[in-house]
Design a protein around this ligand. Structure first.
Ligand code: FES
Length: 168
């Protein structure tokens, strides 16, 4: 083998090594880019914390007067006890633009501070612009104790008697 052939072979080997090195480096960079992109797009799991249980124990049936409204700030709802003894758990979010609606005891109605919508004790609109009644949360009564499932508010177009939960 002459000197020229040896030099050519060494150059070829070095070039092959560098090509493979850059190829590996490129693949590592691509893998990292894909990993970052997937991490960014993948939705994170929502943690259910102890501070936000989905079932709120409101209390014994008899602890709520007829025709009363009790606020449960932790569950973001009002528990209304109607004159017939039935219960409704009303969302405190106005159905117009979502402002928190306070219960005004002296006026016996909910009055939205944002655009003056009002709702009666059943959450029914008595003054627009709110387009529909306050949302409700499912109520159950077990052993004379009222429980409210606040995991998902239920939209309604109108008040219906079937929405009222009574303990017998
Ligand atoms: S947000 Fe309540 S009336 Fe507009």
């Amino acid at each position: 083998m002459n000197k020229n052939n040896t030099s050519t072979t060494q150059t070829h080997t070095r070039r092959t090594f560098l090509t493979r090195f850059w190829l590996l480096l490129g693949l590592a960079a691509l893998a990292e880019l894909v990993w970052v992109a997937v991490s960014f797009v993948k939705p994170k799991k929502q943690k259910q914390t102890a501070a936000t249980p989905s079932i709120i124990t409101a209390g014994p049936v008899d602890s709520f007067d007829l025709g009363s409204v009790t606020a449960f700030p932790r569950g973001r709802f009002y528990l209304a006890r109607l004159e017939n003894g039935g219960f409704l758990a009303l969302s405190r979010e106005c159905t117009h633009l979502g402002c928190t609606v306070p219960w005004v005891e002296e006026e016996n109605r909910f009055v939205c501070p944002c655009h003056a919508s009002t709702f009666d004790i059943k959450g029914v609109v008595t003054n627009p612009p709110a387009p529909r009644p306050l949302d409700i949360f499912p109520v159950t009564i077990e052993n004379d104790v009222v429980m409210v499932d606040v995991s998902e508010a239920v939209e309604r177009k109108r008040f219906e008697v079937g929405q009222v939960v009574r303990g017998y």
